[in-house]
Ligand binder design. Sequence first.
Ligand SMILES: *[C@@H]1O[C@H](CO)[C@@H](O)[C@H](O)[C@H]1NC(C)=O
Ligand SMILES: *[C@@H]1O[C@H](CO)[C@@H](O)[C@H](O)[C@H]1NC(C)=O
Ligand SMILES: *[C@@H]1O[C@H](CO)[C@@H](O)[C@H](O)[C@H]1NC(C)=O
Ligand SMILES: *[C@@H]1O[C@H](CO)[C@@H](O)[C@H](O)[C@H]1NC(C)=O
Ligand SMILES: *[C@@H]1O[C@H](CO)[C@@H](O)[C@H](O)[C@H]1NC(C)=O
Length: 289
Amino acid sequence: QLNNRLAHKIKTRYQEYKKRKNKCVRIHLLFMSILCMSYSLSFQFWSELHLPIFLHHWNTTTTPSYPEAPLNSVVSPAETDPRIQEIMKKLDQLIPPRPFPHVNTTTSAAHSRVTVLSPRDTYCIGEHLDLLLEVKDYLGRRKEYGGDFLRARMSSPALKAGASGEVTDFNNGTYLVRFTLFWEGQVSLSLLLIHPSEGVSALWRARNQGYDRVIFTGQFANGTSRVLSECGLTLNTSAELCQYLDTRDQEAFYCVKPQHMPCRALTYMTTSNREISYLTLKEKSLFYR
Ligand SMILES: *[C@@H]1O[C@H](CO)[C@@H](O)[C@H](O)[C@H]1NC(C)=O
Ligand SMILES: *[C@@H]1O[C@H](CO)[C@@H](O)[C@H](O)[C@H]1NC(C)=O
Ligand SMILES: *[C@@H]1O[C@H](CO)[C@@H](O)[C@H](O)[C@H]1NC(C)=O
Ligand SMILES: *[C@@H]1O[C@H](CO)[C@@H](O)[C@H](O)[C@H]1NC(C)=O
Ligand SMILES: *[C@@H]1O[C@H](CO)[C@@H](O)[C@H](O)[C@H]1NC(C)=O
């Protein structure tokens, strides 16, 4: 009997689902634009970031800092290094250098054009809505490569519904933006140019240039005494170092070992930023909002 009831319930649900699925709806494209703003700028944010890191549960050197990682997942650097290099190589290929003579040759949201591919009055739930984006520079010339950082969103605020669009980069200055229509009613679409490809490329280069932008300061506590010490991913010093190794991925973090303190006395860490930048003035101008 129970089984019958369950079967009936499932059948009813399925019919409801089918009914809903077959329902075709009118989708109003309220708002479609490509804008250059959005986003409070991460640069600004970083320079004010002050991040306390608590290390009370850190067990130095012998165990992974991720307790959920099973111990048998420990891998050797010989295994991970080639894999990491391969991933970095792929990323480098994905984000090649994009030198530009002037900002007016970089991607301009205002000059770019977005069109609905085979527009219709009515779409059914589950169907796709495809947009074609053709990017241009500030002089109105077509861009011949991709790599722009785009963000595609579809939303119906009244329904508290939202979804991302899928962006396909053809690497020739055109992008396909595909939205799956998950719900019924009016939707707003937005397509934002977060950073032009030239900016993405500059950020990638700068990111790979050094680790010395962030200053890590570790606090060692031994009894009642507290000592501050310099820490980081790489330390250019001949002083004795404490190594904090994540055995899961073999990545190490170091602190200059304070005198009369064991390495495990590290309890707290703060970060601050150094006033250096690996971006040129021209590159920086891509990020002003
Ligand atoms: C550190 O880990 C070892 C091995 O798991 C354990 O015996 C020891 O008690 C731990 N120490 C602290 C301070 O948690
Ligand atoms: C691009 O901007 C530079 C600097 O303002 C200017 O010299 C150059 O003429 C501009 N290029 C075009 C094609 O307008
Ligand atoms: C860009 O690439 C796509 C996919 O290969 C192609 O269909 C399209 O015609 C190309 N557009 C231009 C302007 O070259
Ligand atoms: C501080 O560390 C030193 C060296 O590891 C140790 O000999 C000493 O007992 C520690 N002092 C306290 C108060 O824990
Ligand atoms: C390391 O420090 C020495 C001495 O201060 C300096 O000459 C050298 O350039 C530094 N190396 C790096 C990679 O920063």
